[in-house]
Design a protein around this ligand. Structure first.
Ligand SMILES: [Zn+2]
Length: 68
């Protein structure tokens, strides 16, 4: 039971990113079961759409890129 909880936490690591528009730092939760993913999410401060590109490998986050 305890092991399952730890695994779940490792598979949803939080990554600190910075908004490319307003520069506000915030935290996103990454789905590491996908090796290469791109998605758009609105900044919660300035509401502009941020293009995220996340690369994962073996369940670990390799890189997180936030672009306009
Ligand atoms: Zn912003």
């Amino acid at each position: 039971m305890r092991k399952a909880i730890i695994v779940w936490l490792m598979e949803t690591p939080e990554q600190e990113v910075q908004c490319p528009f307003c520069g506000e730092p915030f935290t996103i939760v990454v789905d590491t079961s996908v090796d290469d993913q791109s998605y758009v999410e609105d900044c919660y401060v300035c509401c502009r759409p941020i293009n995220f590109h996340v690369v994962c490998e073996d369940g670990e986050v390799v890189s997180v890129n936030a672009a306009r």
